[in-house]
Design a protein around this ligand. Structure first.
Ligand SMILES: [Zn+2]
Length: 174
């Protein structure tokens, strides 16, 4: 039995399923798994989940905490490619009944995003009404598009490494 997960916790129960569909494993790192929110009506609403059951940021290992920034950065760029969003929202509460497993919401904010659903009110896109949820196929399709965008960004970064990473950003004048 994996000591890092707790039976009956939704993210933990998903964590031990293999193989996971793309919507539940858009991408993963050593310490994080990225899922498409199951109860979203907005394509691209992502949830970043620690692979261990933790309920606050302070319980993350230093390595897991350090991984988060780069992951948010890369996923934000992929969301811009896939959804055309102008920026992303980043939120963490983990307060819903049965969902205390730390989860970080990363949400695309589109140019034509309705005014009444901006800022914290973006949670209007999450609903208990299952008839309005994106279908599993729709969530899988978005997940696969995001994977492709992440892979392309990775390939481009590998093809064009910084020529002189140690060079000063501002030329010196003596
Ligand atoms: Zn858990």
């Amino acid at each position: 039995m994996n000591q890092d997960v707790i039976a009956g916790c939704y993210p933990c129960d998903q964590q031990v399923v293999a193989p996971l569909p793309p919507r539940e494993d858009v991408v993963h790192t050593e310490h994080w798994r990225v899922a498409h929110a199951f109860n979203s009506t907005l394509p691209g609403w992502l949830v970043l989940l620690p692979t261990r059951h933790v309920t606050s940021f302070t319980e993350l290992t230093p390595d897991a905490a350090e991984e988060l920034g780069g992951l948010v950065h890369r996923l934000g760029a992929a969301l811009q490619v896939v959804t055309g969003c102008v920026k992303t929202y980043l939120m963490q509460f983990s307060e819903a009944e049965g969902f205390s497993h730390l989860h970080v919401h990363l949400v695309p904010r589109l140019a034509d995003h309705p005014q009444e659903a901006r800022g914290p009110r973006v949670f209007a896109y999450l609903t208990d009404d299952q008839t309005r949820w994106l279908t599993p196929d729709e969530r899988d399709a978005t997940a696969l598009s995001l994977r492709a965008a992440l892979a392309q960004a990775h390939d481009e970064a590998a093809a064009h490494p910084p020529r002189c990473p140690g060079a000063p950003l501002i030329p010196r004048h003596s």
